[in-house]
Design a binder for this molecule. Structure first.
Ligand code: KIV
Ligand code: ZN
Length: 516
């Protein structure tokens, strides 16, 4: 029987605090539910002291999610620990995760605390956390640049104070796999009460070594890996969950360890995150990138056709990437659509099915064959979609080589129709200016992207707009075989998010790391 490695997901905390990845509580809940379906052991759902929005999101996940442990982050002080407890308290299985830096540079320059004071702060925070909660994780921030004797002293004190999990992060992504493995092994060997805690790894990817370091830590005895979907996180990100999990699964002969992950949920979770944040993964990203299972070279194609094992070390199906030529058309009914969605790992509620089916029917009028990529795009458009406060009724855009593009828009808000016209540097610019005019709102476009969801000239264009109202940002997504319409839908979707969740979104954006 192989031993179990616990997967701790920090997409909603370390991942969410990276620029461009902020999420509303409702969006966090959708990701949390996907993480539960994926089978992660722990969901770090936020940093409650950071902002009321962060606290609200942690409480929401604690109330709604069953199965995984729900963790909340806290610095090693009473206020943070109480806030974390306030957040995770409603959970079926709550965890307080408290931390303090232990490297000389962090203690001297950032904390301005002596090593003795750091040990005392850690001890006090852990004791308080244990009075509130039976499951307490303690992290030595910047462990990989800490002095080994001091690190062992802090870890021993932390376990004696009641920490049940000890995390030794490579906070700045500085360690090499050999060094990091040695660090984990040394601490486990030298700390007398080490057997009373589970050791955890948390690696950042500044040198592209986060996954390699995490696996080296596991080989040295760590039994919890902290990671994020698509590897998102501070700066260059965290170790990618899908890479760690598939390395352990594909090379089980080497690691002889198992996780509780349902790997077929990896691709849907990755799509969900990209859909909600509007940040795509690079095409050559391992496991979940668009090219991860594509074979272009003739010699490779020949090999794969003869036997996929020639060039594939895992099957696309095993990570939930659908390969069957799933094709639907205008004669396909609701049941066929639901069945197709389930096949690619998307479990939607009735309201979501209603919306996706409506959009699917509209798409069938324009496109003969609706492919799997189209379906993924339609589902993504509906992730965490707020009510349609603004509805795009119609638009017209004129673009010519000898005069500036012109756009006119009809927009509905609460039964009233607003019309506006505008010109711009390009057709999309003119269109956005007209939507803004009709909405009577002043917004700025932070980011805009357009891509084809499938191949062919009738491919579904997928537009993503990130808007700001000066304090808050929101991301919207729109799909259409007409890229101008896709852009308009994305703009209106982002606008609806800003209108619908004003306070929560604002809090999250202004959150961040209070210790920096
Ligand atoms: O990278 C890090 O050290 C962290 C800790 C707060 C666990 O994210
Ligand atoms: Zn981190």
């Amino acid at each position: 029987m192989s031993e179990r490695v616990y997967i701790f997901d920090t997409t909603l905390r370390d991942g969410e605090q990276a620029p461009g990845f902020s999420m509303t509580p409702q969006e966090k809940l959708e990701i949390g539910q996907a993480l539960a379906r994926l089978g992660v052991d722990v969901i770090e759902s936020g940093f409650p002291i950071a902002s009321p929005g962060d606290l609200a999101a942690v409480q929401l996940l604690a109330r709604e999610i069953r199965g995984p442990v729900i963790a909340g982050l806290a610095r090693a002080n009473a206020k943070d620990v109480e806030a974390a407890w306030e957040g995770v308290r409603p959970a079926e299985r709550p965890r307080i995760h408290t931390f303090i830096a232990t490297s000389p540079i962090h203690m001297e320059v950032k904390l301005k605390m002596s090593p003795d004071e750091v040990v005392e702060a850690a001890r006090a925070a852990i004791r308080l956390a244990r009075q509130r909660c039976g499951d307490v994780e303690f992290s030595c921030e910047d462990a990989s640049r800490s002095e080994i004797d001091f690190l062992c002293r802090v870890v021993e004190a932390a376990i004696a104070a009641g920490a049940t999990v000890i995390n030794l992060p490579d906070t700045v992504g500085y360690a090499t796999p050999l060094e990091y493995g040695r660090l984990i092994r040394t601490v486990r060997e030298r700390v007398p009460n080490a057997d009373k805690a589970i050791f955890s790894v948390h690696c950042h990817d500044d040198l592209g070594l986060a996954v390699a370091n995490s696996l080296a830590g596991v080989e040295a005895g760590a039994r919890q890996v902290e990671s994020t979907i698509n590897g998102i996180g501070e700066r260059a990100g965290n170790a990618a969950l899908e890479e760690v999990v598939m390395a352990l699964a594909t090379r089980r002969d080497n690691y002889r360890l198992k996780t509780g992950i349902d790997a077929t949920q990896i691709f849907p979770s990755s799509r969900l995150l990209a859909g909600i944040t509007g940040v795509e993964v690079q095409p050559n990203k391992a496991i979940v990138g668009a090219n991860a299972f594509a074979h272009e070279a003739g010699i490779h194609q020949h090999g794969v056709l003869s036997d996929p094992r020639t060039y594939e070390i895992m099957t696309p199906e095993s990570v939930g990437v659908p390969t069957n030529r799933l094709v639907l058309g205008k004669h396909s009914g609701r049941h066929a659509l639901v069945h197709a969605l389930e096949q690619i790992g998307f479990v939607l509620n009735d309201e979501e099915i209603r919306r996706v089916f409506e959009r699917f029917k509209a798409l069938c009028d324009r496109k003969k064959r609706v492919e799997m990529g189209d379906l993924v795009a339609l589902v993504q458009e509906n992730f965490a979609a707020p009510p349609e406060t603004y509805k795009l009724i119609s638009f017209r855009v004129a673009s010519a080589s000898d005069e500036p593009p012109q756009a006119s828009v009809r927009l509905e808000r609460e039964g009233e129709v607003f019309v506006a016209e505008a010109s711009g540097d390009g057709p999309v610019d003119a269109l956005f200016a007209a939507i803004q005019g009709a909405s009577r709102r002043t917004l700025s476009l932070v980011d805009y992207s357009l891509r084809a969801a499938t191949g062919g000239s009738d491919a579904l264009g997928e537009a993503i707009c990130k808007l700001s109202d000066g304090q808050r940002t929101a991301t919207g997504r729109g799909n259409s075989t007409d890229v101008i319409e896709a852009s308009a839908l994305a703009y209106v979707a982002a606008m609806n998010k800003l209108v619908h969740e004003p306070s929560a979104a604002a809090e999250i954006v202004s959150g961040g790391k209070p210790w920096q």
